[in-house]
Design a protein around this ligand. Structure first.
Ligand code: FAD
Length: 428
């Protein structure tokens, strides 16, 4: 019952348990299927097998799935109609056909099914964390951080994205539990350049996974980190001596590297779960999408008995261009599976134009849907903002203008939203 996270998928066929006397099967020219693009997963692949092996062969598929660096395996016999191994249920399926069993040619057909196209949630073994009333807070402090290790670091933006953003999976062994919407602190190795002799200071990063992590076992946390680079304003050239310490440490780290973490921290962005049918309007720019990825996985990817989401989640994501979109395939899948419960609007500032011909920012999308948004807020929707600080003034101006056009006072409305705990902002 594992859902398929189509971030970087490839599947290759390996042939095993075959007679040693057969040189062909052990030659490097074994048939292989490489699926680079998850959309190809639905295609049928046919391999011409030049002879019928004397013993029943086994076929195994190995696929790195999702961004947690894990591999899932499946083994099945070439005989039989559907040798779908249980471990692949809901994720990959096999089918094979013997067309000319008595002859020396065998055609093997396989289809790999992207389970996320179907409404298949990941069965979750609930953690103790489901039963606590309050979230874990500051279990590890800067003076006594937890030493975790890096599981994987994956660049998740395309070549035309300005800058680099990485998805980083950290193994905390279940020792630094958290709730969706919280942050971890990271202490980069080395000396604080402003205080020689003292260690580097903590940097905060919103956690981009659910409490179960990308491996669904509660042992990992994922971060979405943008590499901070410095361009000299006079020359316009990059100056590596002034690059961001922690983001570069994280984006350059390798699986197995040790990392000092603190936290978890933050309560403002926790996902209120008291009403599973509530509306959640999420407005994120760039890495500000991190907490929302966590919420959405909890709502649509994991089968958690204590939280059966039946409300509306509406994500507005602002990035520079298509190549800069973050977790787009994950979100697009939710859109296909849960069109009643999920809406997803993108503002691509360098690719789209707003109605006045200027760059398209999230506030322009908010304006486009302002009637619906205001109505949802009046009905008790939660609204969340996450990303760079600079996003807020433009958004606030738009909301104020829309409120005035509707004959409402934004000042009053905002204080009401804050009072009702509907307004959640985490900008940095
Ligand atoms: P620093 O070393 O702290 O440098 C900061 C900036 O100063 C860099 O841009 C650097 O290039 C520049 N600089 C360095 N030296 C000089 C100099 N001599 N002159 C001029 N400029 C200089 N970030 C994310 O990527 N993802 C997240 O999910 C995320 N979540 C956050 C959540 C919270 C609650 C907060 C508060 C922050 C969050 N951040 C997040 C931001 C993150 O904490 C760091 O601030 C960010 O990664 C930069 O840290 P750094 O160590 O790389 O850069």
């Amino acid at each position: 019952k594992l859902a398929f996270t189509p971030i970087a998928a490839s599947a290759s066929l390996l042939f095993s348990k075959l007679p040693h006397s057969c040189p062909f099967l052990f030659s490097p020219s074994l048939p292989q299927i490489k699926i680079q693009n998850p959309s190809e997963l639905l295609r049928k692949h046919v391999i011409d097998w030049p002879w019928l092996p004397p013993l029943e062969p086994r076929v195994a598929a190995v696929a790195p799935i999702g961004s947690d660096g894990r591999h899932y395996r499946s083994c099945s016999s070439l005989k039989g109609n559907n040798s779908c191994n249980k471990s692949w249920t809901g994720k990959l399926a096999w089918e094979n056909k013997t067309l000319q069993p008595r002859h020396t040619k065998k055609v093997f057909c396989m289809y790999v099914q992207q389970a996320s196209k179907s409404k298949c949630k990941v069965a979750i073994k609930p953690l103790e964390l489901e039963n606590t009333k309050e979230p874990p807070l500051n279990l590890y402090k800067p003076k006594g951080p937890y030493t975790a290790s890096i599981v994987s670091v994956e660049r998740i933006v395309g070549p035309k994205a300005p800058g680099e953003t990485c998805h980083i999976v950290i193994d905390h062994g279940g020792n630094v539990p958290y709730w969706e919407g919280q942050s971890y602190g990271v202490i980069p190795p080395g000396e604080n350049p402003k205080k020689p002799g003292a260690p580097n200071t903590v940097r905060l990063y919103s956690i981009a996974s659910t409490r179960y992590g990308d491996s669904f076992d509660g042992r990992t946390a994922s971060l979405c980190v943008r590499r901070a680079v410095y361009y000299d304003p006079e020359t316009g050239k990059e100056d590596p001596s002034k690059k961001g310490i922690c983001s570069n440490f994280l984006c350059d780290s390798k699986p197995g590297d040790k990392i000092q973490i603190t936290g978890p921290s933050g309560k403002i962005m926790l996902l209120p779960e008291d009403d599973p049918n509530a509306t959640h309007i999420m407005i994120g720019t760039g890495t500000g999408v991190a907490p929302f990825r966590g919420y959405l996985r909890r709502m649509f990817m994991e089968d958690v008995s204590s939280f059966k989401f039946g409300g509306l989640a509406w994500l507005f994501l602002g990035v520079a261009n298509t190549d800069s979109l973050l977790y787009d395939e994950e979100f697009t899948n939710y859109l296909q599976q849960y069109p009643e419960n999920f809406r997803y609007d993108k503002a691509l500032s360098r690719e789209q134009k707003n109605k006045s011909g200027g760059k398209m920012y999230v506030q322009d999308k908010i304006e486009e849907y302002s009637d619906e948004i205001f109505k949802l807020l009046d009905d008790g929707a939660h609204i969340y903002f996450c990303g760079l600080k600079g996003m807020m003034p433009g958004i606030q101006d738009t909301l104020k203008r829309v409120a005035e056009q509707r004959g409402e006072s934004w000042h009053q409305k905002l204080s009401q939203l804050k009072k009702n705990k509907q307004w959640h902002v985490e900008v940095y």
